[in-house]
Design a protein around this ligand. Structure first.
Ligand SMILES: [Zn+2]
Length: 408
């Protein structure tokens, strides 16, 4: 199926809806866990399914360097490679490349950079970022943009925004010419029964989809007095391409960036260039201002935020998609989010605490283990500490979004 977005309900500015992707539906507003190197660090894919994760984020920069896009493409794409049957979004690689401030050089064509792994030289521009994301085969891919640094003066914010717009045009053009190259012909298809089928060719995929929908047989229809018609030809599933609004911390530039990005035309719109060191109040102000200029019928993705309180706040402003490394990264440092506030599990006060981490959490960690045990695992630097802490934090974020959806 091609990408679609449906809004089911609204409450004030908040919207509840569904993204329909080639790898299943995603209920929005959604928090997307970050699976940087084709893994959410420490959490196996079956546990992510159990937690109710419907879409994961992958980082093109990391996968491009290791194991390489061509390798993943030959193995059938990112879904098959990492055995993840649900939706995936990849970033363009731009944000990571720009973070390599000492190792990069930006020109109109794109960015020359050195790998943080081995110092080797690489080049990433709009065409290369699209080629990489089509090769990886995520359901939602992002235009190549320049994340304007903070602070930036007016002239710099404008010239950066103008370049992002030119790169957006080039991204879209490349995408339109090449999106048929997505490696989904080798995708295992998950049936409703939960059974996975290895499907080796595009025609087989179409056939299996048709079988799954088990249309009435011609004889049944004839006996009911109705004419039988062959199934309509299924359109090949396609990736969705999102554009990114930049413009620094300037409301007028944000408005212009939004309008001109919409003019180019994308399946969804992201707000980029935030959470780059600006005060939180300013982030909110820019998000609130920018949303007004985005089309109501397309998904809105706020990149790289936030705390549990912030994701609720942004969902209430009308954001549909968010991602952040915070729950997973904090978990690995022993910082846990609970319904009773933050818990730093390393503290000695938990050494004899038999209570569960969060009495209001139904996750497998809170149902089974005590704070005392989690504290011990962390203090002893056991691998299981990272695994359990990450599972709980993700569960907390996903529950938070579930509550937001129910409130809309
Ligand atoms: Zn829990």
């Amino acid at each position: 199926m091609s990408f679609a977005f449906e809004i089911e309900a609204t409450r004030e500015r908040a919207r509840k809806g569904r993204l329909l992707t080639a790898h299943g539906a995603v209920q929005t507003p959604v928090f997307m866990p970050v699976g940087t190197q084709a893994t959410v660090k420490g959490v196996p894919q079956d546990v992510l399914e159990e937690l109710g994760v419907e879409i994961l984020l992958g980082n093109t920069y990391h996968l491009y360097l290791r194991p390489g896009v061509e390798q993943i493409r030959k193995l059938g794409g990112l879904h098959r490679f990492m055995s993840w049957p649900r939706a995936i979004l990849t970033d363009s690689g731009g944000f990571q490349v720009f973070s390599l401030s000492d190792l990069r050089k930006v020109t109109e064509d794109g960015v020359t950079f050195r790998s943080h792994l081995d110092g080797s030289a690489h080049f990433l521009g709009p065409e290369q970022a699209m080629e990489a994301q089509i090769g990886l085969g995520a359901d939602v891919i992002m235009a190549f943009d320049e994340c304007t640094e903070y602070p930036a003066d007016a002239e710099r914010a404008r010239s950066s925004m103008e370049m992002t717009l030119r790169w957006a045009e080039r991204s879209k053009q490349y995408f339109e010419e090449h999106n048929g190259e997505v490696p989904w012909g080798h995708q295992p298809l998950r049936l409703r029964s939960g059974q996975a089928l290895a499907v080796s060719r595009q025609e087989d995929l179409v056939r299996v989809v048709a079988d799954v929908h088990s249309r009435p047989k011609p004889a049944e229809l004839r006996s009911a007095g109705r004419a039988w018609r062959p199934a309509p030809t299924q359109a090949a599933p396609t990736q969705a391409l999102f554009g990114i609004v930049q413009g620094g911390m300037d409301h007028a530039l944000r408005k212009e960036s939004a309008e001109r990005t919409i003019e180019i035309g994308f399946d969804g719109y992201a707000i980029g260039g935030l959470s780059v060191g600006e005060p939180r109040g300013l982030t909110r102000e820019i998000v609130e201002g920018t949303i007004q200029h985005l089309p109501a019928d397309k998904p809105r993705y706020l990149m790289g935020v936030g705390t549990p309180e912030e994701i609720v706040e942004y969902a209430n402003l009308g954001i549909d998609m968010m991602d952040c490394v915070l729950p997973t990264r904090a978990a690995r440092h022993g910082l846990l989010f609970t319904s009773e506030g933050k818990v730093s599990i390393k503290q000695a006060r938990y050494a004899g605490d038999e209570g569960s981490l969060d009495p209001n959490c139904a996750c497998r960690v809170c149902q089974r283990y005590s704070r005392a045990y989690l504290r011990h695992l962390y203090a002893a630097n056991e691998v299981l500490a990272q695994v359990l802490n990450t599972i709980h934090n993700l569960s907390f974020y996903l529950d938070t979004m579930r509550r937001v959806r129910h409130s809309i």
